[in-house]
Write a protein of this length. Structure first.
Length: 410
């Protein structure tokens, strides 16, 4: 498959960065708790982070259109390095607040990467390219969970002392990515064009005020994304705690779960992407997403830690940084492809900003999740995302036309 040079560089840089982030995905919350945070404080911490990220996304989306997606990405990598340094040097959980704020949620690298993929690829190949990127990253990430498990076990187990070395590794990897992208990524110039929407120079406020003009289905997308993000983030901080503190998972069990999750995605991504480019994005999403629901039920009912490996195979809601992981997590690729295709390329920066603003829904979600968890309603915390998705998200998505044939998004 012939790829634009921007796709190749972005795929490589994001892959290295993602591998470094994957090292600590299952340990960030455990690290914070070992430094003194309780479940409610953990929920508040995630909420504060989400609020700052949501507000920052609005000017960042505008900047990506007016100036360069590349510049925003480079700023994101720089802040990620500062975050990892802060994690590594923290002596109590309060010191982690700026680390969480400046981490991957402040400037979300993955959506910026997807904007480059969608904008630099023909419509009939987009889902395939998106899937290929996930396979490349999965091939790299397959070693991350077990690598992290070995390092954590060697340095003292699941505690702050054992987890801390992972952040030093992140610092080195993200520095390499920063240099790679700065030197080799040929930037997408300001995305906005004089083509029916706000024109170049219309300004920050004017650009956002005109955004929904002529876009029939975007308000439904906003509604379903808010509900979906609320459910995922209600459970997200507590999945590792459930597996370790309730089900008794060891570092090696966590490593095997993560490896199984990546391997399954590696096998099914490209077939799912190609199928999405043939029959449509929605059909593939509806086909695969229920596997995440089944994996969540297995996680709840698992009689022994070894059964949790099946969760890595199937996937689960709020597993793997919220993407779902496993076979079911592959459903995120056609979902994300459709999301970015809903608007023409000159609006994708502002769509990024609005998408980030939707994450304000995660503020009450994380706080509510922490409160319910402390009240002993742990199973309910894990089930609420499924209920919301089945009863609200999927019915709304069913009413929105598929984007496969929207040639105007090229």
């Amino acid at each position: 498959m012939e790829l634009d040079s921007r796709v190749k560089v972005t795929m490589a840089g994001t892959g290295i960065h993602t591998w470094g982030q994957q090292l600590t995905t299952q340990y960030n919350q455990l690290y914070a708790m070992d430094l003194g945070a309780d479940a409610f404080e953990l929920g508040v911490l995630n909420s504060v982070t989400a609020a700052i990220s949501s507000i920052a996304s609005v000017p960042l989306g505008w900047a990506a259109e007016e100036y360069s997606v590349k510049r925003v990405m480079l700023l994101g990598f720089a802040l990620s390095i500062i975050s990892s340094v802060t994690f590594a040097l923290s002596g109590n959980w309060l010191m982690l607040i700026p680390a969480f704020v400046m981490g991957s949620k402040l400037i979300r690298i993955m959506p910026l990467t997807d904007i480059i993929f969608i904008s630099a690829t023909e419509p009939e190949r987009r889902a395939s390219v998106m899937s290929l990127s996930r396979v490349v990253w999965g091939g790299v990430n397959v070693f991350a969970p077990m690598t992290a498990a070995v390092i954590v076990a060697h340095f003292g187990g699941i505690n702050a002392h054992g987890i801390r070395p992972l952040y030093y590794i992140q610092i080195g990897l993200t520095t390499v990515v920063l240099v790679l992208v700065a030197k080799y990524l040929r930037p997408l110039e300001g995305l906005r064009e004089r083509d029916g929407g706000a024109s170049v120079g219309s300004g920050f406020i004017g650009g956002y005020l005109s955004f929904f003009k002529g876009e029939k289905w975007l308000k439904r997308w906003v509604a379903l994304r808010i509900v979906r993000q609320f459910g995922i983030n209600l459970a997200l901080p507590f999945v590792p705690l459930w597996m370790v503190n309730v089900k008794g998972a060891t570092p090696y069990i966590l490593g095997i779960i993560g490896t199984a999750s990546v391997l399954m995605a590696l096998v099914f991504q490209i077939p799912a992407g190609r199928l999405s480019d043939v029959i449509g994005r929605k059909k593939v999403y509806f086909l695969l997403r229920p596997l995440c629901f089944a994996g969540t039920i297995l996680m709840i009912l698992a009689p022994r830690p070894e059964y949790l490996i099946g969760v890595g195979v199937l996937g689960a809601v709020a597993l793997g940084a919220g993407m779902g992981g496993g076979v079911g997590g592959v459903s995120s690729t056609p979902f994300v492809t459709m999301f970015w295709e809903m608007v023409p390329k000159e609006k994708r920066g502002r769509w990024f900003g609005i998408e980030g603003l939707m994450n304000l829904s995660t503020i009450p979600a994380s706080i509510l999740g922490g409160f319910l968890w402390q009240q002993g309603l742990k199973v309910e915390v894990l089930l609420i995302p499924i209920i919301l998705e089945v009863l609200i998200v999927m019915p709304i998505l069913a009413t929105i036309p598929d984007t496969l044939r929207r040639a105007n998004n090229a």
